[in-house]
Design a protein. Structure first.
Lengths: 276, 260
């Protein structure tokens, strides 16, 4: 719009006019693609290993040439290795006094732990990971990326974190009796939560139950979530002179009540451990 | 696909689609007018501009998917490992990993509380009595209502919220007596009596037992049994009579209570 206003107010010469009208419309998408598509790709969540590493794919593929049995054993070894990293993370966090979110995609379980005790365990009914994980896996950086707990940076949801209701003290006992059970409201909102973690991890937790046809907020929330990832977050990063980020998404579906409980229970600086 | 289904879902919610398209056509016409007035431009220049802007918008909108697809296609191959090259070495490593995993699992199991402990879910208003990983008993409870009560002159306020985190049972009380705080009178629209006034002390409203978890918060009984399972309390945890008795007998001083 600002460009339109600029054209409206400034009278350009004929030749300049022609250049502006022919080149700028085509350069604009190119320029934007450079900023919004190329820049975030250079911002890596972890330093990619330069030394030879035992990466999930590379080990299996290199040994596959020798024997199929070795290939199976290599897969078992790699699976054990990732389980060991995962358990080591949980063990180290058990000692600290914190709420920990455990996302185990291997066993399809999401758990909430307080001081090393599993207080909530929920089965994941379905999950989806973004295609970008292939990049981390092939580069051999996935074990390194998962080797430390992720710290929660920001969280949003369709439900309120703390559903406060403000009331004023009644004048007398007659008014108090009228107010007594008026404030009991049962929530029936769809639950869609979005957690932003360190090292470019984004966790989307959705209710497994079908969304209600009348609740438009959930659909709007997901659209906004998508646009935010594609556009707004990069804009903010550029304005703050920070390198824009491409987030690695894990979307999972768990029962409504568990999604709500996890969102409300997780404090601002909670930690998460992920196993893939 | 989810994104499109969401868009479709939202579009269905829009009652006046005709109005929306009409608005778009008006916008299109106005944009063309602006170009024509600004630089003696023709329809084709305006169309080029609009096409450029639309392409930019689409590019921005789908930039996440474009980046994701690019990452998938352009994945670098990690340098091959030469450290494990034969089967014997691999078997040895696998055995070591297995041993470490078993040891860690045992260590984690040992870290869980040995005695009975109580877990309270304030979102569902449910409680779970456990020993180790075994569930002993569960049921409905009532937790904080998240009400913020203001005095009429707005000078004081109270937040009726159950605290989250981990607590220990500090005291086990039989036949607890409730010393009513100021908010209990203000909430009822009554005058606040003196600190040691007899009106402040009420017997029987907290049930037969109570467990003190610190900072004035109790796990106690209730007269309002039909409200169990709803967030209606002033911060304490209310239980049904039978559940309260079971929990009182199973829990000891210093037993853990986890609230989330």
């Amino acid at each position: 719009m600002s460009l339109l206003l600029l054209l409206k107010t400034k009278k350009l010469k004929k030749t300049e006019n022609r250049i502006v009208h022919t080149i700028v419309p085509f350069l604009l998408p190119v320029f934007l693609s450079l900023i919004w598509i190329s820049l975030p790709l250079f911002n890596r969540p972890v330093v990619f290993p330069e030394e030879p590493v035992i990466a999930a794919k590379s080990l299996s593929q290199s040994l596959l040439r020798k024997s199929k049995e070795i290939h199976l054993e290599a897969d078992q070894w790699l699976s054990l290795r990732s389980e060991l990293i995962f358990l080591e993370n949980i063990n180290s966090l058990s000692k600290s006094d914190s709420f920990v979110l455990v996302v185990d995609l291997h066993d399809s379980i999401v758990a909430l732990r307080i001081k090393g005790v599993n207080v909530l365990e929920s089965n994941i009914s379905s999950f989806r990971t973004s295609k970008g994980f292939t990049h981390l896996q092939k580069a051999g950086a996935l074990p390194l990326w998962l080797s430390q707990p992720f710290r929660l940076i920001d969280a949003h949801a369709t439900v309120q974190k703390l559903p406060y209701k403000i009331i004023q003290a009644p004048k007398d006992s007659v008014e108090a009796n009228k107010l007594k059970f008026k404030n009991i409201v049962l929530e029936k909102q769809d639950v869609y939560c979005e957690y932003e973690f360190s090292r470019h991890l984004q966790l989307d937790v959705y209710q497994a139950e079908k969304r209600s046809p009348t609740d438009w907020r959930a659909a709007l929330f997901r659209i906004f979530n998508y646009v935010d990832n594609a556009y707004f977050s990069s804009c903010i990063d550029i304005l703050k002179l920070r390198w824009p980020v491409h987030r690695f998404h894990i979307s999972l579906e768990i029962p409504y009540s568990d999604a709500q409980a996890i969102y409300r229970a997780l404090p601002g600086n909670a930690l998460a451990v992920v196993r893939m | 696909l989810e994104f499109y289904s969401d868009l479709l879902h939202l579009a269905k919610q829009l009652q006046n689609m005709n109005g929306f398209f009409r608005q778009f056509l008006v916008f299109w016409q106005k944009t063309k007018d602006v170009f024509q007035k600004a630089g003696k431009s023709t329809d084709s220049v305006a169309t080029a501009w609009i096409a450029g802007l639309c392409a930019s918008c689409l590019l921005l909108l789908f930039s996440y998917d474009i980046r994701d697809a690019f990452l998938q296609i352009n994945a670098p191959n990690a340098p091959m490992s030469e450290t494990i090259s034969d089967r014997e070495e691999l078997s040895k490593e696998t055995r070591n990993e297995k041993r470490s995993v078993t040891q860690l699992k045992a260590k984690l199991a040992r870290a869980a509380p040995t005695g009975t402990y109580l877990i309270i879910n304030t979102s569902k208003n449910k409680f779970y009595l456990k020993r180790g990983t075994r569930l002993l008993h569960s049921g409905d409870c009532s937790t904080g209502s998240y009400t913020v009560l203001h005095t009429r002159n707005k000078k004081e306020k109270w937040i009726f919220e159950t605290p989250r985190g981990w607590f220990r049972v500090r005291q086990k009380i039989v036949d607890p007596v409730w010393r009513m705080p100021d908010w209990a009178f203000i909430e009822e629209g009554l005058a606040v009596p003196g600190n040691q006034d007899a009106d402040r002390f009420e017997r029987g409203v907290l049930g037969d037992y109570a467990l003190d978890i610190g900072n004035g918060y109790l796990i106690h009984g209730t007269l309002y049994q039909r409200l169990l399972g709803l967030p209606v309390t002033h911060g304490c945890v209310r239980l049904g009579d039978r559940d309260l008795e079971i929990i009182y007998n199973a829990m000891y001083i210093n037993s853990w209570v986890f609230i989330y």
